[in-house]
Design a binder for this molecule. Structure first.
Ligand code: A2P
Length: 414
């Protein structure tokens, strides 16, 4: 029998990125961070993994981690000599993550859900080159962040067949930095039928990085109450019903954030081509809201086209606010599938109709495509891209892999 080795999630600082601003050393409540004339370093024996230093760091150099056998943690003397971080060493099987640590790897179930939702883009794609550095996995299931519900608003019409909600979570003084396009995990309270704690439910953040309300430490989610399964049989979604029933002041256990790929470009002149159905609009709202605030501040931006599919206007989250956005800010195309007396229209139909303008955007290497919503739409959207490209002198089969490799094509479907 082999004895399991305890693995330490060692917190390090990347000397290649660090600008030696001293913010982390000032922030650390246990004096685990020190420096000499060359490097800033973290003492593994003192660091309590409180993450207080993570969000104030301007470069993200502080967000560096290596899994190490506890008795082989990099000593300060060695860190002080580094010009760059050492590679992650291979660990034997039979290792255990130290008690109280969150593993560097995402929780298995988060990995599984994330892999399924991004399968359509052919696996992990790089983020846009100008994306901001995301923080991930700051809170794990053993030590979740506790947020307080500060609002729960119904987004769908009274007579709508679905109940979609805009839920605002306030993190108070806890550090929970997120970027548009990232997801967070919710831990529903209670136990499942087998007597185990419920697994993590992932939701895309619907607000921009500076908060649902600017300068507040809050974020929002767009959640649809699940009342049936994929086959249409009655089924009560544990996570969505828990969230949709929350009242102002309720406490929620939150893990994450997650997501290093589906992130918005930040460079001047970047264009967004966004395609979504239903609650897949959450990351699109986050991105457009980020850019709307810049636009309101007089910043000149690239183009934005939005293709949004829903059953009817009453079932389209954020329908009212979207219709009020200036035309020169965003080009919005709605497709409704269940309006009595009108033909069914899907996002792929809208893409074909706007083929010339979509192709013009695709031709621009500053264009980033984001697709989020029902898995079923992927096939139709791919076919629409193929057709509209062919009709406008482009080859989607060549363009798609190129965009993927350049972090310009992102898919998240469920
Ligand atoms: P449908 O009315 O045919 O279900 P939901 O409200 O279920 O979240 O769906 C959002 C929108 O996505 C609805 O208009 C729905 O149409 C549409 N939709 C369903 N399947 C597809 C698909 N394969 N491609 C594109 N849109 C779809």
């Amino acid at each position: 029998m082999t004895t399991a080795t305890t693995i330490l999630r060692q917190h390090l600082i990347d000397p290649e990125i660090c600008i030696r601003c001293n913010t982390c050393e000032e922030t650390c409540p246990v004096d685990a961070i020190s420096h000499d004339s060359r490097n800033y370093v973290v003492d593994a024996a003192k660091c309590k993994l409180c993450y207080n230093c993570i969000s104030p760091c301007p470069t993200g150099a502080i967000d560096s981690w290596r899994n190490m056998p506890a008795d082989q943690a990099y000593p300060l003397a060695e860190q002080l000599l580094w010009d760059n971080l050492p590679a992650q060493i291979a660990l034997d099987h039979g290792t255990e993550v130290g008690a109280g640590d969150t593993a560097t790897e995402l929780p298995d179930e988060v990995e599984r859900i994330a892999a399924a939702s991004t399968a359509g883009q052919g696996g992990t794609a790089p983020p846009p080159w100008s994306a901001a550095h995301p923080y991930v996995n700051l809170y794990g299931i053993h030590a979740p962040a506790v947020a307080t519900v500060s609002g729960n608003f119904c987004l769908t019409a009274e007579d709508a067949s679905s109940d979609i909600r805009h839920i605002v979570l306030d993190f108070g003084s806890a550090s929970f930095p997120v970027l548009e396009g990232q997801t967070i995990g919710i831990l529903p309270p209670g136990l499942d039928a087998a007597g185990r704690p419920h697994h993590v439910r992932l939701y895309s953040v619907a607000s921009p990085r500076d908060g649902e309300r600017p300068k507040y430490n809050n974020l929002s989610l767009t959640v649809k109450r699940v009342t049936e399964d994929h086959e249409g049989k009655a089924a009560r979604g544990v996570g969505s019903n828990y969230l949709c029933d929350l009242k102002k002041g309720d406490k929620v256990n939150v893990v994450g954030p997650y997501g290093t790929s589906f992130l918005m470009p930040n460079h001047a002149g970047s264009n967004l081509l966004m395609i979504c159905t239903g609650t897949g609009s959450a990351p699109m709202r986050a991105m457009t809201e980020r850019r709307r605030r810049k636009f309101a501040g007089g910043e000149s931006l690239g183009k934005q086209m939005l293709f949004f599919g829903a059953r009817s206007p009453g079932e389209l989250p954020y329908f009212g606010p979207l219709t009020k956005l200036p035309k020169e800010f965003i080009d919005i195309n709605f497709g409704f599938s269940r309006v009595p007396g009108e033909p069914k229209r899907y996002v792929q139909d809208l893409l074909r109709e706007r083929g010339v303008d979509v192709a013009r955007l695709l031709r621009d290497e500053n264009t980033y495509v984001f697709l989020c919503g029902l898995k079923g739409m992927e096939k139709g959207v791919e076919e629409a891209f193929t057709e509209l490209c062919r009709a406008n002198g482009l080859d989607w089969s060549a363009l798609r892999p190129q965009m993927l490799q350049q972090g310009r094509y992102h898919v998240e479907t469920y």
